[in-house]
Design a protein around this ligand. Structure first.
Ligand code: ASP
Ligand code: MG
Length: 416
């Protein structure tokens, strides 16, 4: 059994649905295809939800934007009498029915009930198109199989129950089309696993089903050693260990979702990252591969803020201080990208969150002297060497540096 995952960027219009079908035709069964909502539909559903919560006039526009988008794809792919129109209409009806009533539950609960529809729409279209063009497959409502707790918007998967249900339902034959990102509670209320959660779903399905591999189809040739947005002459990495994949995902390589790797590593399931635009090319293999080091990999985080924290009267930073400082960060859910301490100062680098930072600073100021510096850039290089460091610090002022054997992190200010 193989598992494939197609993200929103791989299904943006009729042509890309045809492309997906062409890729599937080249592979043998059994196969599970996990799909995200099409294009930017999850964002569109979030927008709709916000209007719905404010009960403002734009709710209808937002709703129409979503139905128009899917309708135009349907009309291009299917004849008018196709049964798919009825299936899609059913989802539209569920949504419009919901919008007629005022929201009575929490925002996070309503979020999951509405936003999950994006994945239902995309998978119904893809399953129908595959069957229509002769690729026999079965649509699965993953909410019946992937069971979670009721932490809406960030639901935690119940491994035992899900494993059982998934293995009972997905016999190792044929082709299944199902949704990423969504699940349901034991009372069958829809949940979501957190934005960009489809890779995680695909990894879990691969794990539960003991799949021979997972392939994530992307708009890039594989895992590159830097984001082409910041770097010319990026190189594709052909093979990578699970550890490097987890490290790179942790530092912010966007192609790999941090939560994807762990379940795969536990069962030694290889992960392929391949291009849906050039499916014949080899992509990147993440798995049990061995090497001394990779080519240098660069991760850039722009718009960083450095928070410096000083105990009063030049007293030392002690364990008690760490505890109280982390408590503030953790309670406010402000994620730390880098930290360093000296005798009398603790420094933390975070993304520029204009809501959270002032809150955290205010809270810390009760006990400490706090200063901040913004407009900084954080450069992480895994498998650095002298030349690569020189390359990234041209025209930059060095604010803070931290290195281990493999990885260096440089917090810099652009002087350009
Ligand atoms: N559709 C969801 C999102 O956009 C899940 C995913 O794409 O992975 O976040
Ligand atoms: Mg997506």
């Amino acid at each position: 059994m193989r598992v494939f995952k197609f993200g929103g960027a791989s299904v943006i219009d009729a042509a890309s649905v045809r492309n997906l079908a062409d890729i599937i035709r080249n592979y043998d069964e059994p196969l599970v295809i996990v799909v995200s909502a099409m294009g930017k539909i999850t964002n569109a559903l979030e927008e709709l939800l916000n209007h719905y919560f404010k009960q403002d006039k734009k709710t209808t526009d937002s709703f129409n934007k979503i139905t128009d988008f899917h309708d135009s794809i349907l009309y291009e792919l299917f004849p008018d009498n196709s049964k798919v129109f009825l299936k899609i209409q059913e989802i539209y009806n569920t949504l419009s029915q919901k919008l007629k009533e005022e929201p009575t539950m929490t925002y996070n609960f309503e979020y999951d009930q509405i936003v999950c529809l994006g994945e239902l729409l995309s998978t119904l279209i893809i399953e129908s198109y595959l069957n229509f063009t002769g690729v026999k497959c079965q649509w699965i409502d993953i909410r019946k199989l992937l069971k979670t707790d009721d932490t809406y918007r960030e639901a935690k998967v119940d491994f035992l129950m899900s494993e059982q249900l998934i293995n009972d339902a997905l016999i190792k034959k044929g082709i299944y089309v199902t949704q990423g990102f969504i699940g349901s509670t034991k009372n069958n209320l829809s949940t979501t696993l957190g934005r960009e959660g489809s890779d995680y779903t695909a990894a879990l399905l691969a794990y539960f089903l003991d799949a021979e591999s997972l392939t994530v189809w992307k708009d890039v040739p594989g895992v590159l050693n830097a984001d082409p947005k910041w770097f010319d002459n990026t190189e594709k990495i052909d093979e990578m260990s699970y550890t490097d994949a987890i490290e790179l995902a942790f530092y912010g390589v966007g192609v790999i979702h941090p939560r994807t790797i762990q379940p795969l590593k536990r069962k030694n399931i290889p992960l392929w990252v391949k291009s849906f635009l050039k499916p014949e090319e080899s992509g990147t293999l993440i798995g049990n591969v061995e090497y001394k080091k990779l080519i240098p990999c660069f991760i850039f985080k722009m718009d960083q803020v450095l928070i410096d924290i000083y105990p009063p009267d030049l007293s030392f930073i002690t364990e008690d201080n760490f505890q109280s400082i982390f408590e503030v960060f953790s309670r406010n859910n402000l994620k730390v990208n880098l930290m360093q301490n000296t005798a009398v100062r603790f420094r933390l680098c975070v993304n520029n969150d204009t809501q959270l930072i002032p809150k955290v600073v205010t809270e810390l100021s009760d006990k400490y002297q706090v200063t901040t510096a913004d407009s900084l850039e954080l450069v992480t290089i895994r498998y650095y060497d002298h030349k690569t460091i020189e390359r990234v610090v041209v025209n930059k002022e060095m604010i803070l540096e931290q290195r281990s054997n493999e990885t260096i992190q440089l917090l810099v200010k652009d002087l350009g």
